[in-house]
Design a protein around this ligand. Structure first.
Ligand code: AMP
Ligand code: ZN
Length: 477
């Protein structure tokens, strides 16, 4: 028997259902072992700040955790930190991301990884995202990866070339099962093949022989090497969760290459795919298009804060769309979400002060609806609609406030905490431009200019504080 969370555990059509990318079906969730759900999440590549698209993926991960717990499950959840370089593209080509960042920022790859891992964890906290039980770094598991590669080779699924060890996809008839159509397209030769040593165009690197200039490399059976990107997730999930676990999560971009290759590696080593359920979160777009550094729209959580928005208002924004749908970020939507969150907090306070009575049956009905929405493949938008129905009740009651707090255990919006609203700072485009110019001046060590801008901002009512995370604004008294 499951250690049912007495209040919420539902039977039949109320049971938790999740969409499984592997079967393309919404399935009733049944864990492999009764008491513990084992989950693996592909973590960040720590060569730069995580953007709000990445954070959508981690909010999704946290939502999943909280809904599973609500259903009475205990969790063993692993998330990796990719702190070893892999190539700029998924297909092992181009310059290594960690190497590139290290070169550009004049830091070692280890320093780069440390800097951005810290920043990532700060963002998790700001968004009330619980830490998975195990967070593991790729660089701490190089030997586990080498062993995994050896096993694949021993089983006849890997071969050596002058560049490294490759997975032979032709040995695995099921290769492509996760992405289905996409792989067929690739097989038809959509990609230009440059490596003649590879037996098949879709074969991918498991272990790469390090060129001289490559900074991160380790001694191994095959000389100085570094791991292919996909092997780290296979090795770490296998180490902490066993050959097969319950749920693997990630963004949809991981389906056709990274996750397909994780499945191949696990089958090559242990004869079965690593996860029973695969869950993927759709992309966040900005102004209806792709986020990118070159467009300057790969916003971070700090960017939102600089404009006076609370990170949790962004969390709220993610609830306005189902995780399997695209989410379009605009500043108008951000503003609307901040306002909605502020209203939610106010409404909570109103109910808290209320003395009206409300029948328990009504409360239970709303709770059931809320849980039903969540159990329907994590439908947070529907759950949020229930929250608004509750808030709008004309009856103002402490019982309602208590129910809202219960909901907030899942929503994680801190509805009972009064918003600091960043001291009501109204940060205009002009202020943002001045901050940008000051940042530039400081980068060029033009401190006279930097101080001029600081004084100008002070006259406008803002105090600039320089912190490790950059410039922060406070209201001048
Ligand atoms: P990365 O650090 O690039 O490995 O990405 C970390 C996670 O964020 C992965 O699960 C990606 O699939 C996911 N991701 C990247 N871009 C977006 C986006 N725009 N929207 C949602 N998820 C994303
Ligand atoms: Zn992964």
């Amino acid at each position: 028997m499951l250690p049912a969370n007495k209040i919420y555990m539902k039977k039949g059509d109320k049971m938790l259902k999740i969409y499984n990318t592997l079967t393309r079906e919404k399935e009733e969730f049944k864990p492999l072992e009764e008491n513990e759900v084992r989950i693996y999440t592909c973590g960040p590549t720590v060569y730069y700040y995580a953007h709000i698209g990445n954070m959508r993926a981690y909010i999704f991960m946290d939502n999943l955790r909280k809904v599973l717990k609500l259903n009475g499950f205990t969790l063993k959840h692993v998330m990796n930190i990719t702190d070893v370089g892999h190539m700029t593209s998924d297909s092992d080509e181009g310059e290594d991301k960690m190497n590139k960042a290290a070169r550009e920022q004049k830091l070692s790859p280890w320093e780069i990884a440390e800097k951005y891992t810290k920043a990532f964890l700060v963002d998790l906290d700001k968004l009330n995202i619980e830490r998975p039980e195990i967070i593991c770094k790729a660089t701490d598991h190089i030997k586990d990866m080498e062993e995994f590669v050896k096993k694949i080779v021993e089983n006849g699924y890997g071969y050596e070339t002058s560049k490294g060890i490759y997975f032979d996809t032709s040995k695995l008839p099921s290769y492509g099962e996760l992405s289905k159509a996409n792989v067929k397209e690739n097989k038809a030769g959509a990609r230009v093949e440059v490596d003649n040593e590879k037996r098949n165009p879709l074969d991918f690197a498991l272990w790469i022989k390090a060129p001289k200039e490559h900074i991160m490399k380790w001694d191994s059976k095959w000389g100085l090497c570094y791991p292919g990107w996909h092997i780290e997730c296979s090795a770490m999930s296998n180490k902490y969760l066993g050959h097969q676990f319950d749920i693997h999560t990630g963004g949809i971009d991981a389906i056709p290459i990274h996750h397909e290759n994780e499945i191949a590696q696990s089958k090559g080593a242990y004869g079965k795919g690593p996860a029973k359920y695969w869950m993927h979160v759709e992309f966040l777009q900005v102004d209806g298009g792709k986020m990118s550094k070159s467009l300057g729209n790969n916003y971070t959580i700090s960017d939102l804060e600089k404009r006076g928005y609370s990170p949790l208002a962004f969390r709220y924004l993610t609830y306005t769309s189902h995780y399997r749908n695209k989410l379009n970020f605009t500043w108008e939507a951000m503003e609307a979400s901040q306002k909605a969150l502020d209203r939610l907090k106010d409404a909570y306070q109103t109910h808290l002060k209320g003395n009206d009575d409300i029948p328990d049956d009504n409360i239970n009905e709303y709770r059931d609806k809320f849980v039903e929405a969540l159990n329907d493949d994590l439908n947070f938008s529907s759950a949020l609609a229930v929250v608004w129905d509750v808030i709008k009740l004309p009856t103002k009651s402490k019982k309602v406030a208590k129910l809202l707090l219960e909901f907030d255990k899942i929503l994680s919006l801190d509805i009972d905490k009064k918003e600091d609203k960043k001291d009501n700072l109204d940060i205009t485009e002009e202020v943002l431009n001045l901050l940008e110019k000051r940042k530039e001046a400081r980068k060029n060590k033009d401190f006279v200019r930097s101080d001029e801008i600081r004084d100008k901002l002070k006259k406008m009512g803002y105090i600039v504080i320089d912190s490790k995370e950059g410039q922060k604004l406070e209201k001048a008294n």
